[in-house]
Design a protein around this ligand. Structure first.
Ligand code: SF4
Length: 226
């Protein structure tokens, strides 16, 4: 499998924030979001090749039950199922972080961390924007993911206007457990996070959604962890 990076850190986002976790970042993502913080993983050839046994052996050097398969977009990787099976056999708790654009059935996955992309993620480049708009939201896929897996639904908030789009998206998906919805400030730096968090906190108070932390930014600013 093409792996952008494997590293040990803390889960920074979502309901498992704060848990020491090993991250396996798969290469490749078609979306090209404007504010993406892992652009180095966009290209499917980014990083290096690993066999699945080699990945499992690599992560065993850290005494850690929690594994996060992230990207890029891990759900487009044809070997994801095999990797997840091997990690589960090794006794790991598996989170898969996805934009929710592809459905893969029967994955051993303890938490499907789904982050549907809003219009605030549209790239500035017009050609990339057209590709992004075509593929950023697939309601049928989102429905299947939340029907099939234990999940959390994380929306990146850039401004107050995003709330109407978030509510509409949730309504369109239908059957979303509102206690699993999180709002996460769009921020690449500690300063941006501190500036935007109070606005998102107020949104959470008015809706009952949960404020999603970004501990990795708070702790290490925009420094790459691997
Ligand atoms: S879906 Fe995620 S990895 Fe892909 S471009 Fe958007 S933020 Fe980056």
């Amino acid at each position: 499998m093409r792996i952008s990076e494997i590293f040990y850190s803390l889960q920074g986002e979502g309901f498992l924030a704060g848990l020491p976790s090993v991250f396996i970042r798969l290469a490749g993502c078609p979306l090209r979001c404007r504010w993406c913080d892992t652009k180095y993983a966009w290209d499917e050839s980014a990083g290096q090749d690993y066999g699945i046994a080699e990945i499992v052996e690599t992560i065993q050097k850290w005494p850690c039950k929690f594994v996060v398969i992230t990207g890029g977009e891990p759900m487009i990787n044809p070997n994801l199922s095999q990797l997840a099976q091997r990690l589960k056999t090794a006794g790991k708790h598996i989170t898969i972080e996805t934009a929710g654009i592809v459905f893969v059935p029967d994955l051993p996955c303890d938490l499907m961390s789904i982050s549907p992309k809003l219009t605030n993620s549209t790239p500035d480049d017009l050609k990339l924007a057209a590709i992004h708009e075509d593929s950023r939201l697939d309601i049928a896929v989102l429905r299947k993911l939340i029907d099939s897996y234990n999940y959390q639904l994380k929306f990146v908030v850039d401004g107050e206007a995003d709330l109407a789009e978030i509510k509409q998206t949730i309504k369109t998906i239908g059957k979303v457990d509102l206690e699993k919805v999180m709002l996460m400030p769009q921020a690449a730096t500690r300063n941006e996070l501190l500036v935007k968090s109070p606005m998102v906190a107020e949104m959470c108070k008015s809706t009952g959604f949960t404020l999603c932390q970004r501990l990795q930014i708070l702790l290490w600013n925009n420094e790459r962890r691997s």
